[in-house]
Design a protein around this ligand. Structure first.
Ligand SMILES: [Ca+2]
Ligand SMILES: [Ca+2]
Ligand SMILES: [Ca+2]
Ligand SMILES: [Ca+2]
Length: 465
């Protein structure tokens, strides 16, 4: 289109260069050679919103393209002369005998401030070829089309649209999503959209300009959304009347539909963008609260605490002996963000390892912790030492008594009649030379209780004389 206009210059090539490079004021000051040309302008409402003037196509509203003759057209020629005219009876605007050279065509808007957009559709074969006219002030806001008048005559086709575009963003449960970054696009342009806060329209977005809504050119109408943290776009539909009735396609991270599906050329079709939560990929965290020592224990009291960013499914503590699972314990957590698993496990004596972890609702499993411990469920033993130096039996009782103590999990201490005598923890130990007055020994019946480290006890009674 643009090249055709330049080729239309009748003058020498050198003049073309001079015209292009020289400001309009300087050109206007040059005397013209008297040559003139005509400009015919066809102005239409693009009611079937395809950017083309084609009255054979019908919009969903039943509307078809039609000529717009309701407003005057103005042309300012190369000499600065203003030509003002209405459409002819056939609906076209004809400027005749206009001095050749650059000229400015001004076309008015039905509303002030403009609630429409004008576009140059001259030579267009699809909406991709049309070009938005800038808005200039000339006795009010006007669509401005730069034209070069030549002797052969020029024709221009100018369309008008008032398409709006809305985006509703909702969370999976249908709650409006506020504060989302939304852009609405048309004709290769993206317009940041803001929420209808002023009408309580949380989650409803449209692009605005100082004088009102952004009006979109016909063609592909798009939306792109930066989902809030933790969410992504799940589905995008579009509708004229609330129920999805427009085909949406995804391309280059945006969602599009053709403006030909808009109910009519001043409708505000709406996208509905439904968000969904991003899959949980963060594994839970676990901490072993008990045991804190390797034991030995009479039984294992295990406690594992866990947290998750979303929700826990279960916490597990499994007990292994020599690498083989001997006992599995777990607690369901039912989606709680934090939880505790406790279990008391009785086991045969021996060395074990507890391995513990947690699983979240998405199936992520925490790191597995491991802790070694031993079980001692066997009571310690005490035997009376032989030899007159240690034990002297006399009648029903003893004048002197000594005990040899033993425990695989180590002897810790004894109590004699409730009086504690701590011993160095050892598998073999003893308590010697008990008689009345020593270690709490008394005349008559005495009770010796032997403790191992795990807390198992054995009780012995004897008589001291
Ligand atoms: Ca059309
Ligand atoms: Ca998680
Ligand atoms: Ca023991
Ligand atoms: Ca001890």
């Amino acid at each position: 289109m643009r090249s055709a206009r330049i080729l239309g210059w009748p003058a020498a090539a050198g003049l073309v260069v001079a015209m292009v490079a020289t400001p309009l004021v300087a050109v206007a000051a040059e005397p013209t050679d008297g040559e003139t040309g005509d400009l015919t302008v066809t102005r239409f409402d693009d009611r079937y919103a395809d950017g083309l003037f084609d009255t054979s196509k019908t919009a969903p509203s039943g509307d078809t393209d039609r000529l717009n003759t309701s407003l005057a057209a103005q042309l300012v020629d190369v000499n600065g002369t203003r030509h003002y005219l209405s459409a002819d009876s056939d609906g076209l605007y004809r400027f005749t005998d206009i001095p050749v050279g650059p000229a400015k065509l001004y076309l008015g808007f039905p509303n002030n401030p403009p609630g429409e957009v004008l576009f140059d559709a001259t030579g267009a074969t699809s909406a991709a070829d049309i070009e938005r006219l800038p808005v200039a002030e000339y006795f009010g806001p006007q669509g401005l089309l730069e034209v070069t008048i030549d002797e052969d005559g020029e024709e221009r086709l100018v369309g008008m649209s008032a398409l709006r575009l809305v985006a509703n963003v909702v969370y999976p449960d249908g709650t409006p999503a506020s504060g989302v970054s939304v852009e609405l696009g048309s004709a290769q342009d993206w317009y940041p959209a803001t929420e209808y806060d002023f009408t309580g329209g949380a989650g409803t977005y449209e692009s605005f300009q100082p004088s009102g809504y952004i009006r979109h050119l016909p063609g592909d109408l798009g939306v792109r959304v930066t989902a809030p943290a933790g969410y992504r776009v799940s589905t995008v539909t579009a509708s004229n009347h609330g129920e999805p009735d427009i085909t949406v396609t995804e391309r280059d991270g945006a969602y599009w539909f053709s403006s030909t599906e808009a109910f009519n050329y001043f409708w505000n079709p709406a996208f509905t963008i439904t968000l969904e939560e991003l899959p949980d990929t963060v594994r839970p965290q676990v901490e072993l609260i008990s045991p804190t020592t390797a034991g030995p224990f009479q039984a294992l009291s295990v406690q594992v605490d866990a947290t998750d960013n979303k929700g826990l499914q279960r916490i597990v503590a499994n007990i292994y002996k020599d690498g083989k699972l001997v006992k599995s314990t777990q607690s369901a957590q039912n989606g709680a963000a934090s939880g505790t698993h406790t279990a008391t496990v009785t086991l045969p004596d021996g060395a074990y390892t507890v391995k513990y972890n947690a699983q979240d609702l998405a199936g992520n499993i925490s790191q597995t912790g491991s802790f070694a411990f031993t079980i001692d469920a066997t009571a310690p033993k005490a035997t009376i030492k032989d030899g007159a130096a240690y034990s002297v039996a006399n009648g029903a009782g003893y004048d002197l008594i000594s005990f040899k103590l033993s425990d695989a999990g180590k002897v810790d201490k004894v109590t004699l009649n409730g009086k504690v005598k701590d011993l160095t923890n050892n598998a073999w130990s003893d308590v010697n030379f008990i008689k009345p007055g020593t270690f709490g020994g008394v005349k008559g019946e005495n009770t010796l209780i032997v403790y191992d480290v795990a807390g198992n006890t054995s009780s012995y009674t004897f008589i001291l004389n």
